[in-house]
Design a protein around this ligand. Sequence first.
Ligand code: HEC
Length: 676
Amino acid sequence: MNGARIANADREPGNWLSHGRTYNEQRFSPLKVINDKNVTRMGLAWHYDLDTRRGQEATPLVVDGVMYFSTAWSKVVALQAATGKPLWTYDPKVPPEWAVNACCDVVNRGVAMWGGKVFVGTLDGRLVALDAGTGKPVWEKLTIDPKFRYTITGAPRVVKGKVLIGNGGAEMNVRGYISAYDTETGNLAWRFYTVPGDPSKPFESPILGKAAKTWTGEWWKNGGGGTVWDAMAYDPQLDLLYIGTGNGDPWARKIRNSQVGDNLLASSIIALRPDTGEYVWHYQENPGDEWDYDSAAQIILADLQIDGQLRKVLLHAPKNGFFYVLDRATGKLLSAKPFVRVTWATGIDLQTGRPIESPEAQYEASNKTLVVSPGPGGAHTWQPASYSPDTGLVYFPVLEAGFAYKSAEQFSHKALAFNTGTDPVASGMPQDPNIKKGILGSIKGRLSAWDPVKQVEVWRADRPGPWNGGALSTAGNLVFEGTGNGQFEAFRANTGEKLWSASAQSGIVAGPISYTVNGEQYVAILAGWGGVMPLAAGEVARQSPQMNNVPRMLAFKLGGKASLPPAPEFKPRALTPPRTTANPATVKKGEELYQQYCSNCHGDVAVSGGVLPDLRYSGTLKTDVWFGVVLDGMLKQAGMVAFAKEISRQDAAAIREYVVYRANQSLAESGNQKKP
Ligand code: HEC
């Protein structure tokens, strides 16, 4: 594997050589053995069950008959792509406690290949090169300073013999950057920081000196954010590498700065030279962002006819709900239109490229609780999008959900918490019935087929829930997508007519691929429920019908006759909480602590979205085992960190009182619902 092979990937359409298949990350497969006329005959070829019940977000690679992919906890699997027979597995043994540094599950979105090696970034910040034949490590580099709460969940890419890897952690007090390592030696070739550091020290690059003028106060003490946690694309002709950066840290811009500024280069698309990491241009989608609208969603490169002219463009549908088309040679904005209901801005000014922000979304200035759309889960985030040059459409999963924002009265970064600068109780899914009804009522999910030239939706497929999988389009006039309620489906790409579906028995959030082995075409998808929505926003995630989480790789082909074992029965459990006896002040204290420390994994307002335990049902509510788990790390090996360093026994007791209170509240609500 080398750059020429990836750059010429269309000469070997049977392989899937790089994360987005090609350097332009279009995720379009030129294969058409399976097409809109025969897809109804597609059936399961094989499946391979995984060993964890956590989120699965990876896009597999297929090279010469072998499939390589990463799974939860940054493990790697190699299978025979025609049969699913395992060849090797690799476990980097991420310390389970490191999970507390991950905002959004212990996921991994994929591996890269080059020169007989497979590269994976691990949750605890390592970049590991494996021998593609044996799965044995060849070299390993720590890409982070482990004093800080960095994580890696994104797929590396390899350009010109260098493995490119970023990291996440913008709510965890980190400073974003992307690094390039030599594929052979593992030596660091260059590192590009996306936000300026301590201005009393020399800036690492000239652009950071300029960027520092857009920050005020002592931002570097909070890291700044701007993490490069997902998107990368490469144009070999222009020799430009494109990356997308995350939100500023914390979300609330007045807490981040003493005076409001643009906070470059957070929430931006940046073009760099892949040999040196030298800055070329940037376009900032959210100057001085305050809603967690990062720009890390997938970047697609395409050549489009715009106003009678063939233009090299960059397509981007980030969390903030606008679909952007940029000139990718210069970074100039060509057009931007909302693809969902957007309330934070009325439009994007094409002259300045800046958003026209709405006063009614300024929660810090108003000092009120404001419901803003989209929320921090985005209108579209990391789930893969696909551009079909045949139809000229971009297919991607879209999510509509408002979010209540209120700024924190007091803010300080905590070493074991999720730090946003918003009020932990008033933000998210507040229990005020009117706010809650408004947010739940706004939730929608769909697969959208978007015309990037006309900037209009051409067709859509509504989904039962908001959190669904990524898309693949093919030359067979097909679009594939998996759903949060466990269906894997095919649509006619030009019209949106649903042609086929199969049950994966588990929620799907990852993106599909297609490949051939000996001329036989396969379509594969990694099933497994997880990611930010089911962990942090349980009530939103539960808008998808609930089911068991059964992570597995599934591959389909024409005439496939394999079958899955019977689906495990989903048994809703009975709520049997102890009686609530605590005084309201203790419950309130517990609520604040829960929302700050626990909600990011066990779900906002103590409602889990189906991956980690729903604490309202926990047997530990009745025994002192609660303290053993919460303070002393009894379940450390499963990824439940010990909180004793930051939470006192009294505080842990208050959190329990809040959960008990919520469990009783839910019991009363379900009782009320049952009455005629
Ligand atoms: C980084 C994610 C994460 C955070 C943050 C987190 N937990 Fe957990 N928690 C877990 C995991 C993982 C498990 C174990 C699941 C298993 O056993 O497989 C768990 C299990 C538990 C259990 C046992 C539940 C049962 O009955 O099985 C309790 C109680 C618990 N957590 C309480 C808390 C409290 C209280 C907080 C906040 C102070 C918290 N957790 C924060 C990930 C987290």
